[in-house]
Design a binder for this molecule. Structure first.
Ligand SMILES: N[C@@H](CCC(=O)N[C@@H](CS)C(=O)NCC(=O)O)C(=O)O
Length: 214
């Protein structure tokens, strides 16, 4: 099987990199430079007309959206148990993945690029502030979920990887993330996993290569 993950540093492509690694999948991570708009080329558009990473190309067929990728990786590599067993637990995991993807992620994006959602001059700080307020409500929900728990379920699963990315992105905006004690502890535990260390080392290498090419 041929697996190519289109990946960009800092982005949510970190999550499928982690779950593919945890699954023991043999995959190629192909860097995409968002700063030079490599995601806007005709070649990339043919893979993903939404012009976003991640894209997982499976035997030549592109799959987009984190949630779908984690479901596919889990089904393809069941021994890794990337989703919890049993229908109810599995759909709870899909619910969490969806919350990361459509509940939390859009507010991280608004803080990162406020002008993409409001082009009225002078509103950037306001968009960031409102978005941070909503984001904090969402992190509080997860903080409560993680109270007294090592992972979301009884072992590491895909939502741990996806949420790790969300929390990490939050730490990159000068927000008071330390208030979310359980999320912070989860983040620190996740940072110790071999799969996470591997993607962070890869991220550094890709950033260095992009800087050199600039
Ligand atoms: N819902 C998508 C979101 C993907 C997404 O927002 N990717 C961002 C990076 S985190 C991206 O590629 N942004 C570039 C752009 O939109 O031009 C998923 O979960 O996979």
């Amino acid at each position: 099987m041929s697996l190519v993950l289109y990946y960009a540093p800092i982005t949510c492509a970190l999550a499928p990199y982690v779950t593919l690694t945890e699954a023991g999948a043999d995959f190629e991570a192909r860097p995409v430079n968002l700063r030079t708009a490599q995601n806007r080329t005709p070649e990339f558009h043919a893979l993903n007309p939404k012009h976003q990473v991640p894209v997982l190309v499976i035997d030549g067929v592109p799959l987009t959206e984190n949630v779908a990728m984690h479901v596919w990786i889990n089904r393809t590599y069941p021994a890794a148990k990337l989703m919890p067993a049993g229908l109810m637990e599995e759909v709870k995991a899909i619910s969490l993945l969806s919350f990361c993807s459509s509940g939390i992620h859009p507010f991280l994006s608004r803080i990162n690029s406020p002008a993409k959602v409001c082009d009225v001059p002078g509103t950037e700080e306001s968009v960031k502030k409102v978005s941070a307020g909503i984001l904090f409500e969402k992190f509080k929900v997860v903080d409560d979920m993680l109270a007294g728990r090592e992972f979301f379920f009884d072992h590491f699963t895909a939502p741990d990887a996806h949420f790790f990315w969300c929390y990490r992105r939050g730490t990159q905006f000068n927000l008071d993330m330390a208030q979310f004690k359980n999320c912070t502890a989860h983040f620190e535990r996740m940072s110790q996993r071999a799969s996470v260390k591997k993607v962070l080392a890869f991220e550094k290498d890709v950033q260095a290569a992009f800087a050199k090419a600039a």
